[in-house]
Design a protein around this ligand. Structure first.
Ligand SMILES: N[C@@H](CCC(=O)N[C@@H](CS)C(=O)NCC(=O)O)C(=O)O
Length: 214
């Protein structure tokens, strides 16, 4: 059985958890916070979550875990078979991570963890977001999924980026990503109707409630 290390509030953790569920892998969740402890660094070299332990050893970095799981099981494929189409899904997924996830993440301190408002940061993020969403609007398809007719890893990357990220941009910048990315709102409805997405979200919300109560 695989072991998934991480915490259900983490967006990256939930991308991998959803993949394991969709593909029907047997796995155990090992609730772990990011850490610089030696034991954890031995399995996740940057101390980040998620990290997946399989019988041969441990793997970190979400997109690498996606690729590993896809090579391991062709059940419920989340990449197209055609090499070009597959590359386009990777291009989209990487663009979402670099130009949206890592941009909005800079707001988490202010928007989610009570750090003081920072106008200089907001201006920088607004500028990076303008460029990021313009690039994504050139490659997002939303018909009905992010990369076209079938659900792929790009949907998982986008879904857990925007569900947390839009909270942060609305709170810190008064900016709604649904206005920036036409088609996002309808696509969110499609993703929200997926029963495994609902399961991951219910467990995320429960963990969030516990975290806030502490
Ligand atoms: N590049 C990593 C990013 C994962 C990541 O940033 N995880 C966050 C939690 S959502 C984390 O562990 N943060 C702690 C840190 O940055 O030290 C991946 O693709 O898995």
């Amino acid at each position: 059985m695989f072991k998934l290390y991480g915490f259900p509030v983490s967006n990256y953790y939930n991308m991998v958890k959803l993949t394991l569920l969709e593909k029907g892998f047997d796995f155990e969740e090992v609730i772990t916070r990011p850490s610089q402890e030696e034991d954890f660094l031995n399995i996740s070299p940057m101390g980040k979550i998620p990290c997946l332990e399989v019988k041969e050893g441990a793997i970190s970095e979400t997109n690498v875990i996606f690729d590993f799981l896809e090579e391991l099981s062709s059940d419920f494929p989340l990449y197209p078979l055609d090499p070009f189409e597959r590359a386009k899904v990777r291009e989209l997924s990487k663009s979402i991570e670099l130009y949206l996830e890592l941009v909005v993440r800079q707001l988490y301190g202010v928007a989610l963890f009570g750090a003081p408002a920072d106008e200089a940061l907001n201006a920088k993020v607004n500028e990076q977001l303008d460029k990021g969403v313009a690039s994504l609007n050139r490659i997002l398809i939303f018909s009905p999924f992010a990369a076209g007719e079938v659900m792929t890893y790009a949907d998982f990357m986008l879904y857990y980026t925007v569900t947390l990220g839009n909270m942060a941009t609305q709170k810190a910048l008064g900016r709604d990503l649904c206005d920036d990315l036409p088609g996002l709102k309808a696509w969110l409805g499609v993703m929200d109707s997926n029963p495994l997405v609902q399961k991951v979200n219910a467990e995320r919300d429960e963990a969030l409630k516990e975290m806030m109560a502490k």
